[in-house]
Design a protein around this ligand. Structure first.
Ligand code: HAM
Length: 415
């Protein structure tokens, strides 16, 4: 049943072991890092009013224009599945009366109706962080360092971090004008999409993948030339602080982000193992106005599918959780006693597997092998009579007969 009406929708996937175990490890690692930074979890609805995203991300962005799953709900409201986390989190924090200084993280599914391809899904998952507060190079540097710490905790080497600036909000009109002015002589060389972008989202031209546009973009002066000294100084300060924090980040004048809420610092992290969709994370400082309130902060989101892909190289098997012990029964009486023993072990925190289907000893040993259990404990009538078991180390093959109570204590202590 891999196709047809029982297959998941395009760009959506079922998740199961061993990948689900790797996901868990990644999420737990993230929680551990967040607790060191005083970042607390926030959970917001997956479905929001469309206006929340349109206002926060920008009406003209690709995400809002083309990629949202939007529909009218039963109450006649226009709603959308969240395409990212920041907008909903800011809405929630505004409503909860949260102030500058609030530090939150979120994990969960996001939805974008993009053309599915390797590393690009319609339902994907992000781990994101938002640190509220006014512009401050120190806060931005801390946020990038927090992201780098996550990669380190996950053991994901080879990540490249590029940083640039969108300039303070007051500089945005002059950047736009400056860009349009320098593009003017090259108008005819731009692709049809970029022709359109000139009146909607000129900055996106800097990111166009079409060869003709790239040639034009290569020759443009860096956008910092159209920014104030304050904006340029801010970027320099962030870069200096990142050096002090030991975060290897490169300044890239061609870096742009696809969402409108950014001002000052923007960044992206890429991984070489990912191919065309190589961005593992993106973020920046933002200023969001919704519902009459203004929220300033800095944050980022990591794409979990991409982290998992880069970590496992397609082989997640090695991350699978294994039981500590597998109980093998010789005969029906031992099977029932094993069920009782398994419950005791599990309630004591020992991961334990056993066969309840009445299979042969040989089949049970095969199951133990497949489970990659560290130990196997065998009991038959003789062992039951002596309140003992045969405990076998699956790595060395060494087998010891010992009282069940001793085996229980050893397994609980990590054997
Ligand atoms: P974003 O760059 O749109 O930023 O997404 C962040 C990450 O989510 C990307 O780098 C990528 O790893 C992953 N991602 C995005 N779209 C897909 C997709 N279709 N399939 C798989 N992975 C995907 C944001 O979403 C901002 N909210 C980040 C932020 C937080 N900025 C400030 N605070």
């Amino acid at each position: 049943m891999s196709s047809g009406e029982w297959a998941p929708l395009p760009g959506m996937a079922d998740l199961f072991s061993p990948e689900s175990e790797l996901w868990h490890a990644v999420e737990e690692g993230a929680r551990e890092v967040f607790s060191c930074y005083g970042v607390r979890e926030i959970r917001t609805p997956i479905l929001e009013r469309t206006s929340v995203f349109a206002r926060a991300l920008g009406e003209g962005t690709d995400v809002v224009q083309k990629e949202m799953f939007s529909f009218e709900d039963r109450g006649g409201r226009l709603v959308s599945l969240r395409p990212e986390g920041t907008a909903g989190v800011i809405r929630a924090l505004l409503r909860l009366g949260a102030a500058a200084g609030e530090r939150v993280f979120y994990m969960g599914p996001m939805f974008r109706a993009e053309r599915p391809q390797a590393g690009r899904r319609r339902q994907f998952h992000q781990v994101g962080v938002e640190l509220l507060g006014p512009p401050s190079p120190m806060a931005d540097a801390e946020c990038v360092a927090l992201m780098a710490h996550l990669f380190e905790r996950w053991g994901l080497g080879g990540v490249k971090i590029r940083v640039f600036t969108r300039g303070r909000s007051a500089d945005h009109p002059s950047v736009r004008e400056g860009l349009l002015r320098t593009l003017e002589p090259h108008e005819a060389e731009l692709c049809a999409e970029c022709q359109r972008r000139r009146s909607t989202h000129p900055l996106r031209i800097l990111d166009c993948k079409v060869a003709g546009c790239r040639t034009v973009v290569e020759r443009l002066p860096p956008m910092t030339g159209f920014m104030s000294a304050e904006s340029r100084g801010y970027l320099e300060e962030v870069s200096r602080l990142l050096k002090r924090l030991g975060v290897p980040a490169e300044t890239d004048a061609r870096l742009i982000r696809g969402l409108d809420y950014y001002e000052h610092t923007i960044w992206e992290a890429t991984h070489p193992a990912l191919g065309a969709q190589d961005a593992v994370a993106g973020g920046g400082r933002y200023r969001i106005e919704i519902d009459g309130g203004v929220v300033e902060g800095v944050g980022f989101a990591v794409g979990l599918e991409r982290v998992i892909l880069a970590l496992s190289g397609g082989d997640a098997e090695r991350f699978a959780r294994r039981p500590t012990v597998w109980l093998v029964a010789v005969g029906d009486r031992a099977r029932e006693e094993n069920l009782v023993w398994a419950q005791e072990l599990r309630r004591g925190g020992v991961a334990c597997g056993l066969d309840l289907a009445g299979r042969s000893v040989k089949a049970q040993m095969r199951a133990a092998d497949r489970s990659r259990a560290v130990w196997v404990a065998v009991r038959g009538d003789d062992e039951l009579a002596a309140a003992a078991c045969r405990l076998k180390n699956m790595a060395t093959g060494e087998e010891t007969v010992m009282p069940v109570a001793e085996a229980t204590a050893r397994l609980r202590a990590g054997a």
